[in-house]
Design a protein around this ligand. Structure first.
Ligand code: 4AZ
Length: 755
């Protein structure tokens, strides 16, 4: 159900629940016949973030089965009646046949044939006439059992509140069920009933939490007849499969059912508490429909003490902020973990919860004997910031597909004792699978694994995320559609902002990619050894591993997306296809003379802020080479705003009638034609000269490292510039020796969105 709700919640107007439902058929003073004791478990005796219940603690808990398996929870309110949620039984507006359902009573674990448990067929399902969808309220159902339940220590009814019953905000109540323990993470065998303590939130607090911007622009209007319970910080909650089950609160030794688990946005998310159907407003409806010779449900009057102690607290709207991903200063990462394995260099990883560190599996597993996990964990230590002593390691859990080359080179290490989280250590935030890191997000690289960066290279390298479309086209799987925002991308491409300096490359290093949203850092991706320098590189997105990490750790800090301005890029990806890659030999060819206009198809106009226009050369689908002196003002190191127009070189009119004073600041490049007819970029004009050219040849390594797709024509393996003595280009010009070094800029193109 949570999946469906991810996309379907809409703004709803407050509408009162129909009068009949608010009417109380019974005056608050009327007493029940004492024939049915309720709300008292035998004195002996996930949900997300909960724990195993003790047998007999919640004897009214019912499991509703269809097709042989648990679907929803319910509560026994009378020997022949179970209360549950309407949405469990209504599909596309149609009530499912009662005959398909059965009720399991008195069960603790659902593995095998549970002791003392028994099954009853369902004879009838009743749903309020005004029920349509969970988020419109009235999400309750009554199930009449074909035969009364056998009451005993493990099977007893719960007390129902009268319409006048008030449960105070801030009351600690309990929800129970066999539902998922996290989003899309079913309760593992032996399926022991889970319990979780939840705080009742007042209407104002709940509405305030839900009105915070969140994934998929979800807004939700809390309606009369609904209540919320949970925590602003999330982490403890009901989840899929708990629906229909009870939320009970103890008053004077009796347990009253305050709510029926109905829905929520996801499970355990920050500012998204669980939403329940309030039971008290439905007293009249329940009384009206429960008929028969058996005793009906008990509605004891509210114990005096709890009623009189009730003060209507004014709730303040306390929004929870992320608890993960806060760093006082970039680079001093409070989640930085160094795993010390005797005999090896430290392995860099990241703290993802109180007890778990994520790091590359290849730090710990021997690729040759990968089926033999290390046994000497006793000697391993984890160093965390601001911790006086090293932590000991209890367990190593490699990713099930851990391999050494790819995205699943991941392992989780459990610390022997959880650490107290504070400013440091503090876990990094992990993205949910649907997280969409916006193009242009500010990111940084952090050490990952054992690799050491080249000496002198700052581990604080700043990067900006390339749009998903470009990243996909540069590195993605060709022929596979560009993933839409909300679908996990195949790759994340940071473009480094700092200038490369000769010799300082990121060889021999693994890196993790941290991206910031609203001051909160997410571990967005990881990549293995990279060769080459600062060309944008593909990082494997971590978001696809979120479910595995949260399954193993049961408490990693998965955090919702915090920046929502998707901009036009979101829509763009839908229709765009990647440009065809340069085919071998397809570079350097000029169109037939007959074709109009474009004489030199690789030439581009580079428009620099301030009115300068200079010549650029298209060297790969996304890359234009330009002379530094054209792009940068003398003495300046900041790159100005640049627009590049392809397919024209100083001859075409400016777009949209803009007037620009054109000052062409660099002369055309020097091109030589090879014997095969292709034109080869041989030299760039030296600043201020129209005759002197700096040879491109010595820059081949840099260009090819930065632009993977640049095509170097090298017949017979020799460099592309003509051999000495060639009559195609004058050796004095083409030869590398003695000519000035060109100062070049590579411009990475991103599509310009026309307004
Ligand atoms: C469900 O799908 C469901 N976190 C129940 C409760 C919640 C979310 C989903 C509340 O049954």
């Amino acid at each position: 159900m949570s999946q469906h709700l991810l996309l379907s919640l809409v703004i709803l107007a407050i509408s009162p629940i129909p009068g009949a439902l608010q009417d109380t058929a019974v005056s608050p003073t009327q007493e029940e016949p004492e024939d049915l004791d309720c709300g008292r478990p035998e004195p002996s005796a996930r949900i997300m973030g909960g724990s195993d219940a003790q047998p007999g603690t919640w004897p009214w808990q019912v499991s509703l089965h269809r097709g042989g398996g648990h679907i929803c929870g319910g509560s026994l309110i009378a020997p022949s009646w179970v209360l549950s949620a309407a949405h469990c039984f209504v599909t596309n507006g149609t009530l499912e046949p009662a005959a398909e359902w059965s009720a399991l009573l008195g069960a603790h674990s659902q593995d095998g044939t549970p002791d003392g448990a028994h099954v009853r067929a369902v004879a009838a399902i009743l749903v309020p006439d005004n029920y349509s969808r969970v988020e419109r309220g009235a999400d309750l159902a009554l199930l009449r059992l074909a035969a009364p339940a056998k009451l005993g220590p493990a099977v007893r009814p719960v007390c129902l509140p009268r319409a006048s019953h008030r449960f105070a905000h801030g009351t600690a109540c309990w929800a129970t069920g066999w539902g998922d323990i996290q989003e899309a993470d079913p309760l593992p065998l032996p399926w022991v009933l889970q319990e979780v303590e939840l705080i009742l939130l007042g209407e104002a607090a709940c509405q305030c939490l839900y009105s915070r911007p969140g994934p998929f622009n979800l807004t939700f209007q809390l309606l009369p007849g609904m209540l919320c319970a949970g925590y602003p910080e999330g982490r403890r909650d009901t989840c899929q499969g708990d629906s229909g089950g009870p939320l009970v609160c103890e008053e004077a030794g009796r347990w009253f059912q305050a709510g029926i688990t109905s829905f929520g946005f996801g499970c355990g998310r920050r500012n998204r508490p669980g939403v329940f159907t309030a039971v008290a407003p439905y007293e009249a409806w329940i009384r009206e429909h429960v008929k028969g010779p058996e005793p009906g449900p008990a509605f004891p009057s509210q114990p005096q003490e709890s009623h009189s102690g009730l003060q209507e607290l004014r709730e303040n709207c306390t929004i929870a902020l992320p608890e993960c991903g806060k760093a006082l200063q970039p680079g001093t990462w409070p989640w930085e973990a160094r795993v010390m394995v005797p005999g090896s260099r430290p392995c860099h990883g990241a703290l993802v919860s109180e007890s778990w560190v994520l790091a590359p599996a290849s730090c710990f597993l021997d690729p040759i004997s990968s089926d033999r996990p290390p046994r000497d964990l006793d000697a391993w230590r984890v160093l965390l910031p601001s911790r006086p002593r090293a932590e000991r390691v209890a367990r190593l859990v490699p990713h099930e597909n851990a391999s050494w080359e790819d995205a699943s080179d991941l392992a989780l290490l459990q610390l022997r004792a959880p650490v107290n989280l504070s400013a440091a250590p503090r876990p990094v935030c992990l993205p949910h699978p649907e997280h969409y890191f916006l193009p242009g997000s500010r990111c940084r690289l952090a050490r990952w694994g054992r690799g050491e960066p080249a000496p002198g290279l700052s581990p604080l390298l700043e990067a900006e995320l390339l749009g998903g479309w470009w990243c996909h086209c540069l590195y993605g799987r060709q022929g596979v559609p560009v993933p839409l925002p909300g679908d996990p991308p195949h790759a994340l491409c940071p473009v480094y902002l700092e200038e490369e300096e000769a010799g300082r490359c990121w060889n021999d290093s693994r890196w993790s990619l941290l991206c910031q949203e609203e001051g909160t850092w997410f571990l967005a991706g990881v990549r293995g050894f990279s060769t080459g320098c600062l060309r944008p590189r593909a990082f494997s997105p971590l978001q696809t591993h979120g479910p595995w990490i949260s399954h193993v750790t049961r408490g990693a800090y998965l955090e919702d997306q915090l920046a929502w301005d998707w901009g036009p890029e979101g829509e763009e990806t839908e229709t765009q296809t990647c440009p065809p890659h340069t085919e071998h030999g397809a570079c350097g060819l000029r169109p037939e003379a007959a074709q109009m206009g474009v004489q030199w198809p690789w030439l581009a106009e580079v428009h620099v802020a301030g009115g300068r226009v200079c010549t650029g050369i298209l060297v790969a689908p996304g890359w234009v080479l330009a002379a530094t002196h054209c792009v940068l003002r003398l003495g300046s190191t900041t790159v100005p705003y640049i627009e590049v127009y392809l397919g024209r070189a100083g001859t075409s009119p400016l777009p949209q009638g803009h007037q620009l004073s054109r000052l062409v600041t660099s002369a055309p490049p020097l091109l030589c034609q090879t014997e095969g007819g292709s034109w080869v970029l041989t030299g760039m004009a030296v600043r201020g000269s129209r005759e002197l050219f700096a040879a491109i040849g010595p820059e081949e390594v840099w260009i090819s490292q930065t632009v993977g797709e640049a095509h170097f024509l090298s017949p017979g393996g020799s460099p592309y510039w003509p051999p000495e003595g060639s009559n195609l280009c004058h050796p004095d010009i083409a030869g590398a020796s003695g000519s000035p070094r060109p100062a070049l800029f590579l411009l990475l193109l991103t599509p310009l969105i026309q307004g």
